[in-house]
Design a protein around this ligand. Structure first.
Ligand code: ZN
Length: 303
């Protein structure tokens, strides 16, 4: 098992994307800065989505401008198309942009059409165009949605997903993230896909939702198979518009608890992270899916 694990805190993008209430920019800023201070080497900060489609991120540029940067931390923004990359570049030129962007493809035709409103052929032209527009100015993360199963098409052929991993690497992605968007994967699948993907891309990560409670087993399997990046969201927030009853991402504090217990040093202050989850519960007015923030840590596993 690798001890080289990068945790990406996704709350400010995946976690908030499905929150109906607009979260004030100042709150987002405080959270992103807090995550960096707690030791996350990478923080998903926002998305350059069309504000008409995703109003939660209408403040992307304003937010990025306000965030006080911690040296060495990567602040990620999702860029679904050339227009998004152009906005990211303009912010970068102004000295306040993201230094990492994620590009999206879907493993299936139906999810591509519904989520990105393109055909699969168009999505690859879009990747080529966005990479060209980015011009080597950002670290590029290629994310493959529904890599372990699709809400419209069911099982997804692993050979196709691996082909996409190779295609993203060839297009210039520095890293490829396999996303279990609707939380259907099981460890056997994760082990197989990740162990093959690491042969095809410079670095491989997983983005796991805990919809069917397999998220943590899948994270463990991914690490055993050679993944070095794990996405997670504090409190386990997040969702998917096509899986309305889905719970969110694997919760970061639960993941950190497990990794520290396994002797993997994440560099993250677990006790402080738990206080963020507690605070969020109060802010959102509901219990969050995460469990460690409610159960507390256990003495033999150092916080
Ligand atoms: Zn997600």
């Amino acid at each position: 098992m690798t001890s080289d694990v990068t945790l990406c805190e996704c709350f400010a993008r995946d976690g908030l994307q499905h929150e109906p209430q607009f979260v004030p920019t100042a709150t987002k800023r405080a959270l992103v800065e807090r995550f960096a201070a707690l030791g996350f080497p990478r923080v998903e900060a926002t998305s350059y989505s069309n504000p008409k489609v995703v109003p939660q991120f209408a403040d992307a540029s304003e937010l990025l401008k306000s965030i006080e940067r911690k040296p060495g931390v990567f602040y990620k923004a999702t860029c679904a198309n050339v227009k998004a990359v152009e906005r990211a570049l303009a912010d970068l030129e102004a000295g306040s942009g993201a230094n990492e962007i994620s590009l999206l493809v879907s493993a299936t035709e139906s999810h591509t059409r519904k989520n990105l409103n393109r055909t699969r052929a168009e999505q690859w032209r879009n990747i080529a165009d966005t990479v060209a527009a980015a011009g080597g100015r950002f670290r590029l993360v290629g994310t493959i949605s529904v890599a372990f199963g699709c809400p419209f098409e069911g099982a997804v052929d692993p050979a196709r997903v691996l082909g996409f991993v190779a295609d993203l690497a060839a297009a210039g992605a520095d890293e490829v993230v396999l996303a279990d968007t609707v939380g259907v994967g099981v460890p056997r699948q994760v082990k197989h896909l990740v162990s093959e993907a690491v042969k095809l891309a410079p670095r491989v990560g997983v983005h796991l939702h805990n919809t069917r409670n397999t998220g943590f087993a899948n994270a463990y399997a991914a690490l055993e198979a050679g993944a070095t990046v794990l996405d997670a969201s504090v409190g386990g927030l997040g969702g998917c518009p096509f899986a309305p009853r889905a719970t969110g991402n694997i919760s970061t504090e639960d993941l950190v608890y497990m990794l520290h217990g396994e002797g993997i040093d994440t560099g993250i202050d677990l006790a402080a992270l738990i206080t963020v989850a507690e605070w969020l519960e109060g802010q959102l007015g509901r219990q969050l899916p995460g469990q460690v923030y409610r159960a507390g840590t256990f003495a033999p596993v150092a916080a």
